[in-house]
Design a protein around this ligand. Structure first.
Ligand code: TXA
Ligand code: MG
Length: 342
């Protein structure tokens, strides 16, 4: 298939209409958001949604988030909306928060994978919101990576995974947050965090008080266990190289990693630690003093190392406060729970 490329800064009214036309006609468009790139289609069109699952190689039972252009649209697709949803939307939208609410029948089972709920989010990207508005329908979009692979946070990533498989792509440069949205289930009381992400627990609790944190955020699922967010049961974010997470202070980590290093080893570490490692490839992915930078570069570091001749990536992992919770969650999954505690 021919893939037409649009560059965000060159998109005016005419291009927005063209992109909206592709969505309305049931086509696929890779869209930039502040979190990660998405693989988008008309959320109300079962045939269009099926194409997303096919291209991504996504299991059918893993529901899609629908992207709205404003909080006014929540009522068009959701039912029994608690006031909390509006408090959160007003405070954090557009932004990296997905709210799980009871869905209206207009949202097809193909999109919600048969669940009675749907995740809604309003992305912080002007062009993407303009395309949603112009198309007149919400855009269903999972992260734009092929299933199981690290998420796509740079235009080069979607070129790699999706060129020739979608009708259009929008080059929006690097994604500012770099981690997917935080998913909060508002159908339970207190609201329950299903996936940590770009918006922190601290920010949520400051706005609405205590929330529950689903324990699968911290641990591996048991055999046959059904998580509340169906996606949690699949292997995720995994590069071709194996990833091993190393927790502990930097001196102990360096000693351990150096003792296990060969010519195909890479280290993903914090700024200032790089000279401690003797691995042939050391990738600084951000700073502990500014943990947002770790989130921002996590997936791009994994993807970059995957283009090199590397078998094993030792990754340093920050603490769980703030954005650190989401960084931990993604890294432990990328590592398939292979963790060294020092
Ligand atoms: O930042 C993001 O959220 C990105 C961008 C593109 O918006 N999207 C994204 O989608 O991360 P995806 O499909 O890669 O992850 C969505 C997660 C999956 O784990 C899925 O199971 C869960 O959200 N999910 C979707 N709808 C749900 C629902 N109704 N109830 C519980 N979990 C749901
Ligand atoms: Mg994903």
């Amino acid at each position: 298939m021919d893939t037409k490329i649009f560059v965000q800064k060159d998109i005016g009214e005419r291009e927005t209409e063209e992109l909206a036309g592709i969505i309305r006609a049931g086509g696929l468009v890779a869209i930039p958001t502040e979190t990660v790139y998405g693989l988008g289609a008309n959320a109300l069109d079962p045939e269009a949604v099926k194409k997303i699952f096919k291209v991504k190689g996504r299991p059918q039972d893993n529901p899609l988030i629908i992207h709205l252009s404003s909080e006014e649209e929540i009522k068009d697709y959701c039912l029994d909306i608690p006031d909390t949803a509006y408090v959160l939307a007003r405070r954090f939208w557009p932004g990296p928060l997905t709210m799980v609410l009871k869905k209206r029948d207009i949202v097809p089972d193909e999109t919600s994978s048969g669940l009675s709920t749907v995740g809604v989010r309003c992305p912080d990207n002007d062009v993407t919101r303009a395309v949603i508005r112009a198309s007149g329908v919400p855009i269903a979009a999972p992260s734009a990576n092929l299933s199981g692979k690290p998420s796509t946070t740079e235009f080069s990533h979607i070129m790699h995974d999706l060129y020739g498989k979608v009708d259009a792509m929008i080059d929006g440069g690097s994604c500012r947050v770099g981690l997917e949205s935080t998913i909060l289930d508002l159908t339970s009381e207190p609201p329950r965090l299903l996936r940590p992400g770009g918006l922190t627990v601290e920010q949520l609790e400051e706005a609405i008080g205590r929330i529950a944190i689903d324990d699968v955020v911290y641990r591996q699922l048991k055999d046959g266990e059904k998580p509340r967010a169906p996606g949690m049961k699949y292997r995720h974010y995994a590069p071709d190289a194996s990833v091993i997470l190393v927790r502990g202070d930097s001196a102990a980590a360096a000693e351990y990693i150096n003792a296990h290093t060969d010519e195909h080893t890479a280290v993903m570490c914090f700024e200032g630690e790089e000279s401690m490692y003797r691995a042939p490839r050391v990738e600084v992915y951000g700073s502990l003093q500014n943990m947002e930078t770790l989130g921002e570069h996590l997936f791009s570091a994994l993807r970059k190392l995957d283009t090199e001749d590397i078998d094993t990536i030792y990754a340093r992992c920050p603490g769980e406060s703030g954005i650190g919770l989401a960084v931990n969650n993604r890294l432990t999954k990328a590592a398939g729970y292979h963790i060294v505690e020092l």
